[in-house]
Design a protein around this ligand. Sequence first.
Ligand SMILES: [Zn+2]
Length: 447
Amino acid sequence: MTDLLIRNARVVVTMDAARRELPETDILVRDGVIQQIGPGLETQGRTLSARGCVVTPGLINTHHHLNQTLTRAVPAAQDALLFGWLQTLYPIWARMTPDDIRTAAMVGLAELALTGCTLSSDHLYIFPNGTRLEDTIEAASELGLRFHPTRGSMSIGQSAGGLPPDALVEDEAAILNDSIRVIDAFHETGPGAMVQVGLAPCSPFSVSRELMRDAALLAREKGVRLHTHLAENDEDIAYSLAQFGCRPGQYAEDLGWTGADVWHAHCVKLDASEIDLFARTRTGVAHCPCSNCRLGSGIAPVRAMRDAGVPVALGVDGSASNDAGSLIAETRQAMLLQRVRSGADAMSAREALEIATRGGAEVLGRAAELGQIAPGFRADLAIWDVTGLEAAGAWDPVAALLLSGPPRVRDLIVEGRLVVEGGALSRVDAARLAADQNRAVTRLMAE
Ligand SMILES: [Zn+2]
């Protein structure tokens, strides 16, 4: 039996059914699970003071391409739209080795951890030079983060009219076989699962209709979730109309890509009928506001989605289109962007925090055990010190998390274990990680 008592938090933002915010409160964690919340709790185990801190549920990232942390701020990709941006980066991604992919995953996940994220998804859709999904799974395990990797794929290369170079696409039978392999090897189903695998053909413009359909059938047979990119920008809509004769929502529905076990990244260009479709079918959306700004894709209609009942979560997206990977900054951006679209009352700081926590848990199918601070829920917690410079003087420390700061957590707890402690990664040397990353990029630039 391992106890951890978090004592004297200035505020605990529970995100429970009543959205209670509890002042001067303790949280008792036992064996990875929240046991008790309230004042004056006691333990024989470890105690961690949270005086002057806001404690929130761990933030949840539902869309990323961790390998892209090796292609941040690439000059030719800085000012391109989605399709041109992809064509600039594909050849660089094709040169990556399994070691590169692992290093990039460590760097991306470390940045997420330091900015409040306890559970991240990843969408790895290239497997160059012998890369395997477990290269990223091992990175998450080393850092101590909960992880939902998805087995991505591309199967239509340039010679077949697709966007990616032929060297980066795979045979569809091989994709499905490897999907079965990684689900059988790594997907956990019990309470507190640390790894859950999903299936994620990259996008309607890089795989066939048959692979989309077969991936959906396989996911349902295996009881895993489905993820892809959808309706990201105007080019994407035009491609769908020209190639498939329908909008992306229709395409998704026809191939089995709607339902509570499906979440789509971006959805910037969903129209009213597609929002209605997603709400009726409980199809989830990973909203990626920084990436949408960075690539000039537009402002996703998140207010309309939420009002209609679409499950919405957040994603930092890959570090080639962000180019950061701060989940708290992404949450702030989500709040700001809805205000640009619909006015200052379009989204509060608290609603954005809810999307980043409860929203993420729902979209990833973990709402019964993650996204809230409540007895029986897993102990995934972010502890934010609001006594420092950025938040000093804030009248409302909870809203201040997004309106002012701090930009990083003091401590991060996943399954009751400290992953970040006193502002530093507990298990991994951040300076060594950055050095590994810089070495890999130097080689990729020279090749
Ligand atoms: Zn993406």
